[in-house]
Design a protein around this ligand. Structure first.
Ligand SMILES: Nc1nc2c(ncn2[C@@H]2O[C@H](COP(=O)(O)OP(=O)(O)OP(=O)(O)O)[C@@H](O)[C@H]2O)c(=O)[nH]1
Length: 345
């Protein structure tokens, strides 16, 4: 028997960026009527509760501080309590859960809990992580607050809000800064009304959308790489993006040993990892995804979304040493492993 998993989305973004406004928009559309919401407010009074419309009864408000600090207790309990109410028929059988974090939350422990906790995993599948960033304050926040940069680094989808309060140049500069931190995420604007529901519904983990998603993030990574050059130019505060590519097929056992050691040593500092690999003996490309210590099970794509080669994009918090050298030591030679994405890919 296959279980029908409920998609759990994390909606994050810095203080006042427009998370609740976006959530209201999402919930008022026709595509997301069967959505439950968990909102985390920082401080004693949970105001946002009164600002989200149309989902009365399906909202759980966490009040005990920040989700990322209380994640193992509060969040897990709240998600399971919501699920039990659903199972008892107290609330409608929601098919999606959106967790709106506080503006100060680091989303990584939230994502890791959803993806790794055995009980949550049994009922929920993690969906897109959506980060809201506003044009008037976004650049400043990215430069000033590590949380803001981490929220961007962990996103699958990034939406620029308050474009009406800034110039086209401001939006452009923010897009460039965001792409430098997270070259693999899709970036859209809040005024692009056609795309709002797609932030959640075009799920990067869906089997059907995997090839298009892989094509898209390889293209985004290539675009960002060409615009910003090598690793040094992709730095943003302590958060940096690095691409590793290799033309020759990779031995899976060697790659997975390298990855295990890397995760063991630096797990919490690997904010995001995405790779499409040409594996020795495999007819089709292998895709790997990771957030911190959590590496999702690798899967095959039916065909190559780009030229046949291996590409790994790592977004890290701080300098993890010479990753090119360590990668090369395990899977190839120093000359074979490049940190710039070739134009052919
Ligand atoms: N002009 C303009 N204002 C916006 C836009 N999006 C949000 N706002 C306003 O910005 C303010 C903050 O929006 P919220 O949606 O509450 O932001 P939030 O990220 O949920 O805020 P916190 O939960 O406090 O972190 C509100 O007054 C919104 O009306 C936008 O696109 N344009």
């Amino acid at each position: 028997m296959t279980r029908d998993l409920i998609t759990a989305n994390v909606l994050t973004g810095f203080l006042g960026a427009g998370k609740t406004t976006l959530l209201n928009r999402l919930l008022s559309g026709p595509d997301l009527g069967d959505t439950a919401v968990i909102i985390n407010e920082f401080g004693d009074i949970g105001l946002d509760h009164f600002l989200v419309e149309k989902v009365d009864g399906d909202i759980v408000l966490l009040k005990s501080g920040c989700v990322c600090c209380t994640v193992r207790g509060d969040l897990k309990d709240a998600v399971l309590a919501l699920f039990e109410r659903r199972a008892r028929g107290d609330i409608p059988p929601f098919r999606r859960l959106v967790i709106e974090t506080t503006g100060l939350a680091d989303p990584a422990p939230i994502i890791a809990t959803l993806a790794a906790d055995m009980m949550l995993k049994y009922h929920f599948a993690i969906g897109n992580v959506v980060t809201v960033i506003d044009v008037p304050n976004g650049l400043h926040n990215l430069e000033t607050f590590e949380e803001a940069a981490r929220q961007v680094a962990l996103a699958d989808r990034i939406i620029l809000t308050k474009t009406d309060l800034g110039s086209a140049e401001d939006s452009h500069a923010l897009r460039a800064a965001v792409a430098a931190i997270n070259p693999a995420a899709v970036v859209t604007s809040g005024d692009d009304s056609g795309t709002v529901a797609a932030l959640l519904t075009q799920d990067i983990h869906d089997l059907a959308s995997r090839p298009a998603e892989a094509r898209r993030w390889v293209a985004s990574a290539r675009h960002a790489d060409h615009r910003h050059g090598s690793e040094d130019r992709n730095r943003h505060g302590e958060i940096r993006a690095l691409s590793l590519t290799m033309d020759r097929p990779i031995a899976w056992a060697r790659f997975s040993l390298w990855l295990s050691l890397l995760v063991h040593r630096h797990g919490t500092r690997i904010l995001r990892l995405k790779g499409i690999l040409d594996v020795e003996g495999a007819a089709s490309p292998v895709v790997v995804h990771g957030v911190q210590h959590l590496i999702h099970p690798p899967f095959h794509l039916a065909e190559w979304p780009c030229e046949k080669a291996s590409l790994l994009v790592l977004i890290t918090d701080g300098d993890l040493g010479d990753l090119q050298r360590s990668f090369a030591a395990f899977v190839g030679t120093q000359a074979e492993v490049r940190t710039a994405i070739p134009a052919s890919l």
